[in-house]
Design a protein around this ligand. Structure first.
Ligand code: R5P
Length: 289
């Protein structure tokens, strides 16, 4: 097996190669002066099982993913899998208002049929996979890995900031991993950076709390949850997410109000303290058997 890492997830690619005992391909990726991408795979991929690690976020990585696929497929490999650590454009998976585009379907249309398998992590809504007809999409859950990072912090309760979403499932898995309770708030999104939490009581007085979510984008959801937990008397508040987008200085803002904020390496930032490589590697070693 050989890992072909794009620019989006260099560290994850290396972790995955080490974890699965695979080679890592030598790849040249740069931009032409006009901004167009150039991709060249220097290692031989002939008759090999290839795993491309590349994202659909931000936009330029969509092009890079397609160019890496094209370069790899010209090298007569045995199979080509794609790991999209953070699947961009998944949130617009249906028409919310008249006149919109279903971007999740558009991106699926570009990728479907090109790969033997697509692997991804913590899809916001599994609905995305219904837009794939020829390539199987496997979704891996990272919340247990995130929870494990906090094992020594003696977490009393795991909280999901959004009781109406799959985030509650993540909170449940994290709580299971830590052997503690979990609870959730009910959230209403006002606009893309503002959320309102309904004043539900959760029993956190004097407790050490871990808030988990799949994505932190603007940090609005987590900020609202921290505010409510502080009102309710939580003593220490930690935050862990799978995909740390941290737009508009969200990480710096959250670091001021939480004891620690971490994410996985599906989007690589200074907060990426947990690698998702082990769960992906387990799967790759399993399918290779
Ligand atoms: C939304 O339903 C997701 O689970 C996250 O809660 C959301 O994407 C976080 O966005 P933000 O950080 O902008 O509140």
């Amino acid at each position: 097996m050989i890992i072909v890492g794009g620019t989006s997830n260099r560290s994850l690619s290396e972790h995955l190669a080490a974890e699965s005992g695979s080679d890592i391909a030598s790849v040249e990726i740069r931009n032409f002066p006009d901004g167009e991408k150039y991709v060249r795979i220097l290692s031989s991929l002939a008759k090999k099982d290839v795993v491309i690690v590349s994202a659909t976020y931000p936009d330029s990585n969509i092009i890079e993913t397609l160019l890496l696929h094209d370069a790899a497929s010209r090298a007569q490999p045995n199979t080509i899998r794609l790991l999209i650590p953070y699947y961009g454009y998944q949130r617009q998976d249906k028409l919310f208002r008249e006149g919109e585009s279903i971007s999740a379907e558009v991106i699926a249309g570009i990728l479907d049929g090109r790969f033997d398998e697509i692997m991804t992590v913590d899809l916001h809504a599994e609905g995305v996979s219904r837009y794939f007809h020829r390539t199987k999409v496997r979704n891996f859950v990272a919340s247990a890995l995130v929870a494990r990072y906090f094992r020594k912090k003696r977490i009393d309760t795991v909280i999901s900031p959004d009781g109406g979403s799959r985030a509650v499932e993540y909170a449940k898995i994290a709580a299971n991993e830590l052997g503690c309770e979990y609870d959730y708030f009910l959230k209403e999104r006002i606009d893309s950076s503002t959320v309102k939490l309904y004043p539900k009581n959760v029993d956190v007085s004097g407790k050490t709390v871990l808030i988990v979510d799949d994505i932190i984008a603007t940090g609005g959801s987590i900020t609202a949850a921290i505010g409510r937990l502080s009102e309710l008397g939580a003593s220490d508040i930690y935050v862990g997410c799978t995909h740390g987008q941290f737009t508009g200085g969200a990480l710096e803002k959250l670091n001021k109000i939480a004891r620690e904020v971490i994410s996985t390496d599906t989007i690589e930032t200074e907060a990426s303290k947990v690698s998702v490589a082990p769960v992906i590697s387990d799967h790759l070693l399993e399918v290779r058997r």
